[in-house]
Design a binder for this molecule. Structure first.
Ligand SMILES: Nc1ncnc2c1ncn2[C@@H]1O[C@H](COP(=O)(O)OP(=O)(O)OP(=O)(O)O)[C@@H](O)[C@H]1O
Ligand SMILES: [Mg+2]
Length: 450
């Protein structure tokens, strides 16, 4: 059966031209002139690619985005004769992958459809199992949502626009950022990562923009900030919603002017750094709660890239399992396998800590298993009611500090290393959690020095 291309367009001439191109690539066309007609498209007739006019008569094309037939679409393209960024952003947040101004650019549509047609073919001829997992940049994956991500990454990497990565903890945001850098023309420059949650508030400005000698007590020499170090390369601003709100305003100005000052500095500095920001929060919610400035959001989210959670990646769960297990076997010169029953348990789990959780669970199971990983070795699998079966024991002679450390480390483990989830269950802020972890790391450093 031919893959389906849906077109919602009330401009008959434009629609006919588009339908011509689409048909040439082997798609069958379902063309509708109004929303009601398009909404009546059979729910179980999967649409591979959709072209949706934002204003179709009185109707808003955005209302079509939740149609069940579009759920597994490879590409959803919004079209408009006007420039309405807010509308486009809403569409992109709801799953659209591209936007273009009418009339369409035949060359662009042509290259897009060539990729898509090849992919549809591959998806239908590919055996489900025992297939080595595909790789794109540093990322492993071949499921439809990951391919969609790879395709968008390929298109975005080459441009200099800033990108906002949105995804749950452990989904691979940092790997996506590094891969975008690798595929960009800045690959020869530095990739500099700043974790906004790990920087103490009072040091933020000097960490980001640097400081001059003597700018404050303790500033014994000039210090280059992340911004300057990323000159000619990429600056990855991880957990952007943890950046103090005043600094977000400052960052926005710097991005707009392309220049900044070091703390205590008298002259303007320039840095040509491409910004990739990341968050595991829902940006709209973070804006509503005053943790993300809306104007900064619009500046950095010209390309919001959503990284799908592991539970939505279908056969990638098996693929990643095989990949991580193989990595362990190669590293240790072993040949430990995994039973079908264990694989099924892994597949059935919801993975709140995503790929990171899968990886650390397999490392544990690998140690416990003798020849083959069985369900009993999957100790870290919490039951999906969210209740962990783990307890900690604290001697009654322990200090509060010692007890706290045990609890914090146990919470982290329970949540598969997902710091946000651990902080939430502990009832502390992410920043507090980071501060404690930094303290523990320092204590260990001290102990090692002794
Ligand atoms: N697609 C993937 N292929 C291979 N390894 C992956 C993939 N995605 C994530 N990983 C691995 O999972 C771990 C978590 O990835 P990463 O640190 O990029 O996630 P993150 O989204 O930045 O998480 P957080 O929000 O907690 O910072 C890393 O060990 C990374 O190498
Ligand atoms: Mg990260």
């Amino acid at each position: 059966m031919k893959p389906v291309a849906l077109i919602l367009d009330d401009d008959a001439q434009h629609a006919a031209a588009l339908a011509g191109v689409v048909t040439n690539h082997g798609f069958s066309v379902a063309h509708f002139e109004d929303l009601a007609a398009a909404a009546a498209h059979p729910q179980d007739e999967r649409v591979s690619v959709a072209f949706i006019t934002l204003h179709c008569g009185e109707d808003s094309g955005l209302d079509l985005l939740d149609h069940p037939a579009l759920e597994e679409a490879n590409e959803i393209i919004l079209m408009n004769t006007l420039d309405e960024p807010e509308l486009v952003n809403r569409g992109i947040a709801a799953g659209a992958t591209y936007f273009f101004r009418k009339p369409f650019d035949p060359a662009f549509i042509d290259s897009l459809l060539t990729d898509l047609a090849a992919e549809e073919l591959a998806a239908h001829s590919e055996p489900e199992l025992d297939h080595p997992i595909d790789q794109f940049g540093l990322l492993r994956g071949g499921s439809p949502p990951m391919r969609k991500l790879f395709r968008t990454m390929r298109k975005v990497a080459g441009s200099d626009t800033s990108v906002l990565l949105i995804g749950e903890s452990g989904t691979g945001k940092e790997l996506v950022a590094q891969s975008l850098h690798m595929f960009s023309e800045r690959a020869g420059g530095e990739f500099v990562a700043m974790n906004c949650a790990a920087v103490p508030k009072e040091l933020f400005e000097s960490e980001l923009f640097g400081h001059e000698k003597g700018a404050f007590s303790g500033a014994i020499r000039r210090h280059l900030g992340y911004f300057e170090r990323a000159d000619g390369g990429t600056l990855f601003l991880d957990e952007i919603t943890e950046m103090p709100i005043e600094l977000q305003a400052k960052l926005l100005r710097v991005l707009e002017l392309g220049q900044f000052r070091r703390v205590g500095g008298e002259t303007d500095q320039h840095s040509d750094a491409r910004i990739i920001a990341a968050t595991n929060r829902d940006p709209e919610e973070a804006i509503a709660e005053g943790e993300l400035r809306e104007d900064l959001y619009f500046r950095i989210a010209r390309f919001p890239l959503r990284i799908p959670p592991l539970r939505d990646r279908g056969s990638d769960i098996r693929g990643l399992t095989a990949y991580f297990l193989n990595e362990l076997n190669v590293r240790n010169g072993t040949a430990i396998g995994i039973s079908e029953e264990a694989l099924e348990e892994i597949e059935g789990y919801s993975w709140p800590g995503n790929v990171r959780e899968l990886r650390s669970l397999l490392e544990q199971a690998y140690i416990l298993a003798n020849e083959q990983i069985e369900p009993g070795h999957l100790k870290g699998l919490k039951d999906d009611a969210g209740v962990a079966g783990d307890y900690i024991r604290v001697p009654a002679t322990a200090t509060v500090e010692e007890a706290e450390k045990k609890l914090i480390l146990a919470a982290l483990e329970t949540h598969g290393g997902d710091k946000q989830a651990a902080a939430d269950s502990l009832g502390v802020s992410l920043k507090t959690l980071y501060n404690r972890l930094n303290d523990y790391a320092e204590d260990e450093g001290d102990a090692a020095d002794r």
